[in-house]
Design a protein around this ligand. Sequence first.
Ligand code: GDP
Ligand code: MG
Length: 391
Amino acid sequence: AKQAYVRTKPHLNIGTMGHVDHGKTTLTAAITKVLADGGSGAFVPFDWIDRAPEEISRGITINIAHVEYETASRHYAHVDMPGHADYVKNMITGAAQLDGAILVVSALDGVMPQTAEHVLLARHVGVRHVVVALNKADAADPEIADLVELEIRELLAAHGYPGDQVPVIRVSGLRALAGDPEWMASIRVLLDAVDSHVPVPDRYTTAPFLLPVENVLTITGRGTVVTGAIERGTVRAGDRVEVRGLGTQLATVVTGLETFGKPMESAQAGDNVALLLRGVHRDQVRRGTIVAAPGTVTVHQRFVARVHLLAAAEGGRRTAVASGYRPQFYLRTTDVVGEVDLGEGGVALPGDTAEMTVWLGKPVPLESGLGFAIREGGRTVGAGTVISVLD
Ligand code: GDP
Ligand code: MG
């Protein structure tokens, strides 16, 4: 039998974010190496994290890789975020559940457009704590690194993070991965900063259960399994749940749970899980639906939102948005087209924050406070928060 998951330490979800090539994947591998050398967990090599076939041929990260590790005080699930703007979609679905993020900035290059874009998105999807890995410190002039540090603190402050208190740790993922003791120590300093700066969140474990579905799999002989990170509440085998959203409404029962391949008796907010659902056919559940305690979620097509449109320099649009604009909305793990209404003659310019009414093409589970991103033509042009739900 498989070894059961035993909860001995608080569990947190973190991830790397930052501009392409600033060293997110190298750092992720280096963290597992440093911890494995210290006797905790398994080393996960770079090639395993960046394992999608497209990655190898195109040299960019397209999938979110989940890596599991432990420090002395915590158990972490770490997602290595894609760095390329075209894949921000994946970052949004992963980032929505992050308790904290490691912002990776190359000390050689400084703040780049995707650095700013990821900070903006993190803020909008509710990532409350950021620790900075000022990477490639092995190759950077310390005075340049000082300037980059100032630039990062300003960027974070501009997006509502405590820019002067955020830990900025100079590291070298590459040298740590190569086993250089000085730089391995820098990774331990970074992990200490994550341990102390990112608090164990209030998990809302007593709230009604809700899991946004990231993936659906069929396990031959057992049935349909949905995977994702639990947004709130607790679930155990035998619990009745319903699948909602994208036109689906279906009652079922959870017959089994796993995390990182280990069976568990109950799972709670923050856990990455696979749930086996009784009598559900694979076609009946999709990414973008949610699994929730029965009767606790309502679906809607119209809402009022506060939206920040990225400035052109941040990779946003060049022209204003007016009523009738129809971009793609990314809410939890769903993406759906929606039309905005800014009122008679209303316009919003790139760089503006504006209130607007949104009419989605399909009903999705919605509530005030939910963060989302807006994309068109394969790039992120804005991010927002639901202020109130209409119908
Ligand atoms: P990602 O796109 O942010 O995941 O970046 P990668 O981890 O793929 O790294 C991009 C490039 O930067 C690779 O060639 C790495 O070897 C290099 N790199 C990563 N970390 C460091 C570092 O700490 N120092 C130096 N000098 N190079 C690094
Ligand atoms: Mg990468």
